[in-house]
Ligand binder design. Structure first.
Ligand code: SF4
Length: 253
C-alpha cells in the first residue's frame, strides 16, 4: 500500500504582519500578528471582517506595510515556514506571535497542530474573547501569554457571557496574562462591577485593564469618566489599570 501523506491542517487567515502591540500591559512590544477569520460573537464595535476572505494578505517584509496575497485557507506548514523565516531575518525584534482575530479559539483543532512548532520560533500570545473554555484547555500547554476580553453587554451589544467567562478563568491558566474590559460612555456601571467581581473571584493574580473604546483613532471616553469607571472596579478589585489602544494613535496597523 502506498504511504498516504499526513493531512495538513489549514487556517482561514485575514492577514499576517509585524507591528506594535497596542493594548494592555505589553503595549509597545513588537509582535508578529496572525489575524484569523471567524468568530463566535458579533460585537457592535468589531473592526475585523470575520468572514474568511478568498485570499489573505501577508506583509512582504516585516513592518513595511507592503503586502502580497496567498489563497485561503492557508496550510499551517506554510504559515510556520513564513514565521520561521521572519524570525531569522529580524533577530531580537519580535516579542511574540500574537494570535488574534476574529476569535482564534474557533480554530483550536488546527492550532494544536501548529502551535508546538510556532513556539520554537517565538513565544505565543493569544488574544481571545474568553468565551470558549473547552477550546482553550487543549492549547494551554502551547501558549505563553493570554489577553482575555470580558464582554460587557452594554458595550459589546452581545448577550451576557458571564458563565463562559467564569469557566474560562476557572481553567486557572497560570501564564502571564490579563483581563481586558472595553468601556464606552454608555457603559453600565453595574456590569463593570460584575466584571470586576468575576475577576476578583476567579483570577486574583491577573491585572484588570479598562480600555476606553477607540473612536476616530482616539480614546472615545473622557478622562473624567475613566476615573469613575476605575473607582467602580477598584472597589471590588484593586488591580485595575486604564490603558487606551495606542496603535491607532500612532497610525500603526
Ligand atoms: S469578539 Fe472580537 S472578533 Fe469577535 S466580534 Fe467581538 S470584537 Fe469582533
Amino acid at each position: 500500500m502506498p504511504v498516504q501523506p499526513t493531512p495538513v491542517a489549514e487556517l482561514p487567515v485575514i492577514e499576517v504582519f509585524s507591528s506594535i502591540q497596542g493594548e494592555g500591559p505589553w503595549v509597545g512590544c513588537r509582535q508578529v500578528f496572525v489575524r484569523l477569520a471567524e468568530c463566535n460573537l458579533k460585537c457592535r464595535y468589531c473592526d475585523t471582517p470575520t468572514a474568511p476572505p478568498d485570499v489573505c494578505r501577508i506583509e512582504t517584509l516585516p513592518g513595511t506595510e507592503e503586502f502580497k496575497t496567498l489563497p485561503n485557507p492557508v496550510p499551517v506548514d506554510v504559515l510556520f515556514l513564513l514565521l520561521r523565516d521572519w524570525a531569522k531575518e529580524t533577530p531580537g525584534l519580535h516579542h511574540s506571535i500574537s494570535l488574534t482575530g476574529g476569535e482564534p479559539l474557533v480554530h483550536s483543532d488546527a492550532l494544536t497542530q501548529v502551535l508546538p512548532a510556532l513556539r520554537d520560533v517565538l513565544p505565543v500570545y493569544l488574544e481571545t474573547n474568553g468565551t470558549l473554555p473547552e477550546a482553550l484547555e487543549p492549547l494551554l500547554p502551547h501558549l505563553d501569554f493570554i489577553s482575555m476580553d470580558l464582554k460587557l453587554p452594554s458595550v459589546a451589544g452581545v448577550t451576557p457571557q458571564w458563565e463562559d467567562h467564569r469557566q474560562f478563568l476557572r481553567l486557572g491558566w497560570n501564564l502571564p496574562g490579563y483581563v481586558k474590559v472595553v468601556v464606552s460612555e454608555q457603559t453600565c456601571e453595574e456590569e463593570l462591577e460584575e466584571a470586576a467581581t468575576l475577576v476578583a473571584e476567579e483570577a486574583e493574580n491577573k491585572d484588570l485593564i479598562l480600555q476606553p473604546i477607540t473612536l476616530d483613532n482616539q480614546p472615545g471616553v473622557s478622562g473624567q469618566r475613566m476615573h469613575q469607571f476605575q473607582e467602580v472596579a477598584a472597589r471590588v478589585y484593586p488591580r485595575v489599570r486604564v490603558i487606551p489602544q495606542v496603535h491607532p494613535i500612532l497610525g500603526a496597523l
